[in-house]
Design a binder for this molecule. Sequence first.
Ligand code: CA
Length: 262
Amino acid sequence: MATAVAHYAAAAATDCGRKRSSNEDAFGFSVEHGFYVVCDGMGGAAGGEVASALAVDEMIRLLTGRDATHPLLDDGAQAIAAANAAIFTRAQRNHGLSGMGTTLVALFAKDRRALMINVGDSRGYRMRNSRPSPRLEQITLDHSLVEERVRLGQMDRLEAERSPFRNMITRALGTERSVTPDIFELETEPGDLFLLCSDGLTRELSDAQIESHLKLDLPLQGLCARLVEAANQAGGRDNITCLLVRAEAGDKTAVAVPGSED
Ligand code: CA
């Protein structure tokens, strides 16, 4: 496509779901600074909520405090390391928070270049305007026990869904002194729609169901609300968070749609 990507628009929503008493998911983004993040915390007491909020806050602090000339890869790697250190240090100081951690899926996007970074089982997808119709593609690979066994051919998808170990993640932010994220480098086209989400969405809805909702002609905030509503209707067994980012052709003005919650 000849038209260059000139700006991004974003919206997000998070919801406690129907079964949980607290929301351990967190999200944050800055269209101006070109980063978007969703975290799903875990740990006893208030650990999960603290870990996911710390990761998001630390990334916002680091990335909004610097100019835009840094390469995406530097920004991404440094933000993940800083968020990991912030959680790990807090957990060391406070025994009540010991062992807390969080998943993280983040998108860094500047002009036509984008990076998707993940740790744990929160996912990043891209829906592209391919013919005959837009197609949703999972970009990230879950760091979870069952998904890794599926990839190795040791378990099929049905067994994975029924496994008592399906909640076990194999990598998390903040539980060790350092962490190795997966990093996916992408070239963006106008019209690309990125979805970052917690497993409260993907456990309730299949990729085909998510794709059909995303094809609806709604503003981004309306699409987020629609996904949350659909996950709740399917059971709402966990906290649900989705963040949508669209690459748009046009002038350089950044358009930010506020999320439903800070
Ligand atoms: Ca979750």
